[in-house]
Design a protein around this ligand. Structure first.
Ligand code: AMP
Ligand code: AMP
Length: 338
């Protein structure tokens, strides 16, 4: 059934996306940065590898991709390295609704969307004076949470912000104490069903290692060594307490319903709510990713949840390919491409 080819930039979740596409009968292309082809060759997921100097050069190889009837699957590396502005000019069909990108990339618009979906969000402090509880200060465009810092009051904030070159573009957000839970959803715009495909938590350097040394030893280290950073290095699978599932389904459904108002035809395909779950059993959402997240990578062979639903190996990558296949069969491909 290789009437179409599925392509992804060689990074992030491309192995899973391309493997899933092959399992559903598509031809596959990995677009790699020169020198990074090895995993895509070794794991045998790509029928073809196209090497480029920089991921931005994807705009220059569009004719090649179009000639192979290619559908591009977006992931975070596509957004991070090609950029949302350039993506708007892409002629190669893209799985997903591009109108959502703007709602997700602007912190204020994202907050408006999630608020109208009646999700619990961390409080935002407009000025340092208002800080009355632990906060996390996030700089705009900070790659991998580098430079974020925690503060407990205005005085603490003023001392720490002095160390940063960019003193204007940040947000002061309530720090939610609890455990992190990343919820992987898939919404089928063809069937109208919302699915939960799995959960993960992140493995972040150095914040996930600070707790391994005692407070006494932390005090002995230079400040810059113990200041937490949130640089992602991997993902760990999680199964959630079952009684949280009804609320998690409802949260996802409200996010999808609201997206249909703000950016028709709305959000579809894979997305993720990034949450902190508190000891009071509150689920606080601090971010949404409107596409596949790399936290789905542990589940190349399916998660406990996709096993329940499909009774066959079903990764998020394969779920995307199956949706595209269904759209082709029903002659509705236009509805799922941007
Ligand atoms: P990379 O291609 O690895 O440089 O990643 C591109 C973007 O995706 C970066 O902004 C990363 O923060 C994000 N990212 C990459 N890998 C992961 C992961 N395993 N979990 C969560 N986010 C990730
Ligand atoms: P972000 O850039 O928003 O994805 O945040 C990077 C990391 O900072 C997350 O993976 C969390 O570990 C942490 N984080 C972000 N916001 C909060 C919050 N409001 N409360 C607690 N931890 C947070």
């Amino acid at each position: 059934m290789a009437t179409h080819t599925i392509a992804a930039l060689g990074s992030h979740s491309a192995l899973q996306i391309l493997k899933g596409a092959k399992d559903e009968g598509f031809a596959t292309i990995a677009i790699c940065k020169n020198g990074t082809e090895k995993p895509y060759e070794s794991f045998g997921v790509a029928d073809k590898i196209i090497s480029v100097e920089s991921f931005k050069d994807i705009l220059d190889i569009q004719d090649l991709l179009l000639a192979e009837n290619t559908i591009l699957i977006p992931h975070a590396s596509l957004i991070a390295y090609v950029g949302t502005d350039r993506l708007k000019d892409l002629r190669v069909p893209y799985y997903g609704n591009k109108a959502i990108l703007e709602w997700e990339s602007d912190r204020e618009m994202e907050r408006k969307w999630l608020k109208s979906a009646k999700l619990k969000l961390p409080r935002i402090f407009n000025t340092p004076k208002e800080i009355d509880r632990p906060v996390i200060v996030k700089f705009h465009g900070a790659k991998g949470g580098k430079g974020y810092f925690l503060a407990k009051d205005e005085h603490d904030f003023s001392a720490k912000i002095k160390l940063h070159a960019d003193k204007t573009k940040y947000v002061i957000q309530e720090y939610i104490l609890g455990v992190h839970m990343y919820v992987h959803y898939f919404y089928s715009s063809l069937t109208g069903e919302l699915e939960i495909l799995g959960f993960d938590k992140r493995y972040e350097s150095n914040v996930d290692s600070i707790g391994r040394i005692s407070a006494r030893d932390q005090m002995a280290l230079p400040e810059e060594k113990v200041d937490p950073s949130y640089v992602i290095v991997g993902n760990i699978p999680v199964v959630v307490r079952e009684s949280f599932l009804p609320e998690m389904f409802a949260m996802g459904e409200r996010v999808v319903a609201e997206s249909k108002h703000i950016a028709p035809p709305g959000l579809f395909g894979p997305f993720c709510l990034e949450t902190v779950m508190t000891p009071q059993s509150e689920i606080v959402v601090f971010e949404i990713s409107a596409r596949i997240v790399a936290g789905t990578n542990p589940y190349v062979n399916g998660s406990p949840y996709t096993w329940l639903k499909y009774n066959e190996p079903m990764s998020t990558g394969r779920r995307i390919a199956r949706e595209i296949k269904l759209a082709i069969e029903q002659d509705r491909l236009d509805e799922v491409l941007g």
